[in-house]
Design a protein around this ligand. Structure first.
Ligand code: FES
Ligand code: FES
Length: 153
């Protein structure tokens, strides 16, 4: 598979989740394991550009496909804007959910689903935040959604 634009070749137990492959075999620990059962969104990555829960995806299923994790987000101009906006809006407390929130928000923006704040809450509802930073998360995403589209320099 390709992870953050780099080819990766792994031989794994076929039961290995994509989340464990990333964290334990590739050292990409930015993608978090919250529930490991599809309930929290902490493990959100992009698979061929679409949001996906890495804990519910087998590594074997992504053979030959393109994975982007939080470590790959700085390569995206909108991803950099989002990370900056999360900082300035204090859109986190402990930060555990933040990688998943940012990766998910990047997907939401690409999907064109940032119409209203209600839309933001709806289409980010798969990403839980135990610290309750939701208003600030919405504010950060709203700011980026309202900004001019950045160009890749
Ligand atoms: Fe995957 Fe919670 S760790 S949804
Ligand atoms: Fe702590 Fe979201 S910032 S869980």
């Amino acid at each position: 598979m390709e992870v953050n634009e780099r080819p990766v070749d792994l031989s794994l137990d076929p039961r290995t989740s994509l989340l464990d492959a990333l964290r334990e075999h590739l050292g990409l620990t930015g993608t978090k394991k919250g529930c490991d059962q599809g309930a929290c969104g902490a493990c959100t990555v992009h698979l061929d550009g679409d949001r996906m829960l890495a804990c519910l995806t087998l590594a074997a299923q992504v053979d030959g496909r393109r994975v982007t994790t939080i470590e790959g987000v700085p390569a995206d101009p909108t991803g950099r804007l989002l990370a900056d906006a999360f900082l300035r809006h204090d859109a986190y407390q402990c930060g555990f959910c933040t990688p998943g929130q940012i990766v998910s928000a990047l997907g939401l923006l690409a999907e064109g689903r940032a119409g209203s704040d209600a839309d933001l809450r709806e289409f980010m509802s798969g990403n839980l935040c135990r610290c309750g930073a939701y208003p600030n998360i919405v504010a950060a995403i709203r700011e980026v959604a309202s900004a001019p589209v950045p160009s890749d320099e």
